[in-house]
Design a protein around this ligand. Structure first.
Ligand SMILES: [Ca+2]
Length: 247
């Protein structure tokens, strides 16, 4: 009835044909709509995979660059050590003398002469004696939150280990002050640490909750000075320096 009304056809057979035509055209419309939709989805998918490919490529480049720069850091560290260091890296001790030789830091002060010239057993007397007091002045400071101008380091304990000669146990207290006049701006901190004979330095553990530790290296060729580095405990990056003089 609806069909007869729509197409104004009275003949039953004609109406049936019209019905089929109508259904077919409707199907064509639906399928082309579906096709169009699928096409647009495909375009979107293609676009997304292209984007993913670009991102992966960028990521690969960045990872590559990262590896490359870490290789370069290693190379520069090696070059620097060769030009300005003692050629033994961070884990070695340079025996010195006419025939340069590297021995492990662990072999320093262990009681056996490992260097041909015996130098590894001649550096076993630390200037950081128990009770000694050291005053450090800021050289630069990029990381401490207290921003002290002075750090006083007092060695409270210095104890040698009879079984492990290359390191001694050291305990230090620090007095941090922004200026020597302002008594109230002082901070007092305590730290445990060690003295590494082969590296000629005191290494303390972070006394505060900022994961910064202080090392003081006796690199001035005397027993009266040490170069104090504030180091980020996790990365080992130096971020402040204080120059210490024995009081
Ligand atoms: Ca030795």
């Amino acid at each position: 009835v609806v069909c007869s009304e729509l197409f104004n056809c009275s003949h039953h057979h004609l109406c049936h044909k019209m019905k089929i035509l109508l259904i077919l055209s409707a199907l064509v419309v639906v399928s082309s709509a579906l096709r169009a939709r699928l096409d647009s989805q495909e375009v979107l998918l293609n676009r997304m995979s292209a984007r993913l490919a670009t991102l992966t490529e960028q990521l690969d480049k960045k990872t590559g660059a990262c590896e490359e720069s870490s290789n370069m850091v290693e190379k520069y560290t090696f070059d620097l050590d060769r030009k300005f260091g003692d050629g033994c890296g961070t884990r070695g001790f340079q025996c010195g003398g006419g025939h340069p030789q590297c021995v492990s830091l662990l072999a320093v002060c262990d009681g056996d002469k490992n260097c041909g010239n015996g130098a590894d057993e001649n550096v076993c007397d630390s200037p950081a004696e128990e009770g000694s007091s050291w005053l450090g002045h800021v050289v630069y400071d990029r990381c401490t939150h207290r921003k002290p101008k002075e750090i006083r380091m007092i060695i409270n304990k210095f104890k040698r280990n009879p079984y492990f000669g290359s390191k001694a146990q050291a305990e230090a207290s620090f007095v941090l002050s922004r200026s020597s006049a302002e008594e109230e701006s002082k901070a007092y901190l305590m730290s445990a640490g060690s003295h590494c004979f082969g590296c000629r330095q005191i290494i303390t553990t972070p006394p505060d909750d900022d994961a910064l530790s202080l090392t003081c290296k006796f690199d001035q060729g005397d027993r009266k000075h040490c170069t104090g580095n504030i180091v980020r405990d996790i990365t080992g990056e130096k971020c402040a320096e204080f120059f210490f003089k024995r009081e």
